[in-house]
Write a protein that binds this ligand. Structure first.
Ligand code: NAD
Length: 489
């Protein structure tokens, strides 16, 4: 697990303070929290630990900047986003290295994330100039109805660690395009990429106070006063379902508009008629992308009993080719999990499933050495109702169950409170449409192990969330409608 030396001093260059009203400064009281490299467990740097007072100062700045920012012409807002996109693409290597150092994924995956995040900025830059309204004659003909849309106002954007560039970009992009100001609270494990992204947006021309950043190791203490403050007009959260539920209850206090991108428990269904090689390719992507730490990761493999053994053998063979190692090592395919707590969770989940009767077909043995590595693992014979089928694994573990009828597969697939994405492999068009319709998920990967695209509405049904990010309705999450009733008399 040799780590090659970084080519850029990305850690040294990135801002480590709080960003409030266009100025980086230490947190009130001067406290900091550590950020570490999950591939080595080593300390990378200290970052300012924002306090509730800093959070309120950020809201002061966002509120003060809101009217001026809303008045900036849409074309200009769009151009800022486009410039930020171009800068991200230009600096792809630096950003990729930063993501890899604080989050762990391979440089190839980090580059893909930079591209993906940048594309959201470009997409929403193009949306900024397409915000429109309607004009119509009232039902009884006595009035005219003019519908306009305006920014919702200052937003709190809370993001997870698993995609430290793309998750903030997916929120900042539409907020900037709509003319909202914002406060971003990044995950404590990965605050550096968000700080660097803010640097790029500032360089692209974003005015002071539009984007404020409060890294903190005390999330609840810092966000609670913001959620109680009537000046905050919107919460957009990406993270786990339990934290989402808690934030929704807090948001109820001020009847705050919310967008929630929460956890997933994706079924990956392989029908008897599927192209098995394509299904295994898709499974590798859906399972190992982002080290399995993705809300859209395949969590439950449901494979037709007639092809289950062949699918499993092929998947085990492919998993066997995967090299574990630091994301900075070009020879490594799969990086570490985010921290020891997450590695312990995954290991316990696997051990518990095996103790309940599952069979280990690959992996399941913790490697020696530093870092939070967990090997690609394949389990079969998963007992019905096992915890591994109910919870997000968030690691490179494929748990395979079998089915014999379409109804049984769908019943099993939908037997979860989550509803983010489902994957379906079949060569029968009618079956594909029939089953896709009945899957209770916001997204379906049809003969494809990956969903998510700036031009598509990303989001979930059931307890996987509220609202959509991206697509041509993504900007609506940041816009209010206002209607003017115009009397003709
Ligand atoms: P998490 O819920 O623990 O944390 C997410 C964010 O919320 C972090 O910034 C964290 O500091 C903050 N937070 C935690 N407790 C809080 C509290 N009490 N008050 C305010 N903020 C709080 O999730 P995580 O472990 O960072 O990320 C993994 C989760 O995110 C998984 O469940 C994954 O499925 C989900 N996720 C969802 C999507 C999606 O688009 N649906 C995308 C990526 C990740």
């Amino acid at each position: 697990m040799e780590t090659t030396l970084p080519q850029y001093d990305v850690i040294g260059q990135v801002e480590k303070g709080v960003l409030i009203g266009g100025r980086w400064r230490p947190a009130t009281g001067g406290a900091t929290f550590p950020v570490e490299n999950p591939a080595t467990g080593r300390h990378l740097c200290e970052v300012s630990d924002a306090t509730p007072a800093d959070a309120l100062a950020a809201l002061d700045a966002a509120s003060a900047a809101q009217p001026g920012w809303a008045a900036v012409p849409p074309r200009r807002r769009g151009e800022i986003l486009r410039r930020a996109h171009d800068l991200l693409i230009e600096r792809m290597e630096e950003f990729a290295l930063l993501i890899t150092l604080e989050m762990g994924k391979s440089l190839a995956e980090s580059r893909a994330e930079v591209r993906y995040g940048a594309h959201y900025l470009r997409w929403f830059g193009e949306e900024a100039v397409r915000i429109d309204g309607t004009w119509k004659v009232s039902e009884d003909g006595t009035a005219r109805v003019l519908v306009t849309r305006q920014p919702v106002g200052p937003c709190l954007l809370i993001t997870p660690w698993n995609a430290p560039l793309a998750m903030p970009a997916r929120k900042i992009g539409p907020a900037v395009a709509a003319g909202c100001t914002m406060i971003v609270k990044p995950a404590a494990q990965t605050p550096l990429t968000t700080a660097a992204l803010a640097g790029v947006l500032t360089e692209a021309g974003l005015p002071d106070g539009v984007l404020n950043i409060i890294p903190t190791g005390q999330a609840a203490a810092v966000t609670e006063p913001l959620l109680r403050d009537g000046r905050l007009r919107k919460l957009s959260f990406t993270g786990s379902t339990p934290v989402g539920r808690l934030l929704l209850s807090q948001a109820a206090g001020t009847v705050l508009r919310t967008s929630m991108e929460l956890g997933g428990n994706a079924p990956f269904i392989v029908c008897e008629d599927a192209d098995l090689d394509a299904a295994v390719d898709g499974a590798m992507t859906a399972k190992l992308r982002n080290i399995g730490e993705a809300c859209i990761a395949a969590n439950r493999f449901l494979v037709h009993a007639g092809v289950a053994e062949e699918f499993t053998r092929k998947l085990v063979a492919r998993m066997g080719t995967i090299a574990l190692g630091a994301g900075t090592d070009p020879a490594a395919d799969l990086g570490p999990l985010i921290d020891e707590r997450q590695r312990r969770r995954v290991a316990d989940l696997v051990d518990e499933t095996v103790a309940a009767g599952a069979r280990v077909r690959a992996g399941a043995v913790l490697p020696d050495g530093p870092g939070y590595f967990y090997p690609p693992t394949v389990l079969t014979g998963i007992p019905a109702g096992a915890r591994i089928t109910r919870e997000e694994i968030f690691g490179p573990v494929a748990a395979i169950r079998t089915f014999t009828t379409e109804d049984e597969a769908l019943r099993d697939a939908n037997d979860t409170e989550f509803g983010l994405v489902g994957y379906l492999y079949t060569r029968d068009l009618n079956r594909a449409l029939r089953m896709s319709e009945r899957l209770e998920t916001g997204m379906v990967g049809l003969n494809r192990g990956y969903v998510s695209d700036p031009s598509a509405p990303f989001g979930g049904m059931k307890q996987s969330g509220i609202g959509r990010e991206g697509g041509n309705t993504g900007i609506d999450e940041y816009l209010e409608q206002k209607y003017l009733a115009i009397d003709l008399a």
